[in-house]
Design a binder for this molecule. Structure first.
Ligand SMILES: *Cc1c(COP(=O)(O)O)cnc(C)c1O
Length: 233
């Protein structure tokens, strides 16, 4: 077994264990392999080990890989910052985008989604740790933004995404994830239909699963340490 294949197996086993501990069905939690900074060959290797959903954070880098891997039926997710001049490329080449936090960006993505493709699946990125410097919509403004986005024709609002402030403490990790879970419950009580909680990374996906994550985004635990910063976004 290659390193990537055995890493993937270890992550899947840990996910299943976290689900069992939380009394959840393992099938309710999807694994998104975060391949930013890694070469197409690494993605191919993960694909051969059964992984079909991959996430990228830099548009330019992602477009090269999507072209290089067009022979594989990969579901591509965009999880990086969305700049206004990159919305067309995202709308044309990705199945999902997890990192939308402004109506203007959502409107552009909807308007630029090609007619022959299914609606672009979308999560709102929420600033769950309330840090002034971080991206994400403040929790108290999420309902209004979600309601506006839910009306756009070529998008399908699926849920919420967050990148909480890192913490070594399992209790602190869980508290942040619990806030996102409660926010989704609140929005659904207000009439939205959000089925996705995109939360948890290599160091905290078990805590995220304990608090209801439906999709975890795991990079380094699968592909290894990222050795160089991606360029040319
Ligand atoms: C890079 C990244 C990840 C994966 O992080 P790891 O710690 O390598 O698992 C997850 N989510 C987002 C938004 C990222 O940018």
């Amino acid at each position: 077994m290659t390193t990537i294949a055995s890493n993937l197996q270890a992550v899947r086993n840990a996910m299943d264990a976290a689900a069992a501990k939380a009394g959840r069905a393992p099938d309710d939690i999807g694994l998104l392999a975060v391949s930013k900074t890694f070469a197409p060959e690494a993605i191919r290797e993960a694909y051969r080990a059964g992984q079909t959903r991959f996430a990228e954070s830099y548009v330019q880098e992602a477009l090269h890989k999507i072209a290089a891997l067009h022979d594989l039926p990969i579901e591509w997710h965009y999880i990086g910052p969305v700049q206004g001049n990159k919305t067309r490329a995202i709308a044309e080449h990705f199945a999902w985008v997890h990192s939308v936090d402004r109506l203007k960006i959502a409107e552009r993505l909807s308007g630029q989604r090609p007619a022959h493709l299914p609606p672009l699946q979308m999560c709102l990125q929420v600033n769950i740790s309330n840090e002034a410097s971080k991206s994400g919509v403040p929790p108290e403004e999420t309902a209004q933004l979600a309601t506006a986005i839910a009306h756009l024709p070529h998008l399908r609002l699926r849920g919420l995404m967050a990148i909480p402030e890192p913490s070594g403490e399992i209790a602190a990790q869980r508290a942040a994830f619990a806030r996102l879970r409660k926010l989704r419950e609140q929005l659904n009580r207000q009439g939205l239909q959000l089925d996705t909680l995109s939360m948890g990374m290599s160091h905290d996906f078990a805590a995220a699963i304990a608090e209801g994550a439906t999709m975890v985004r795991v990079g380094s635990a699968i592909f290894g340490r990222r050795e160089y910063p991606a360029k040319g976004n």
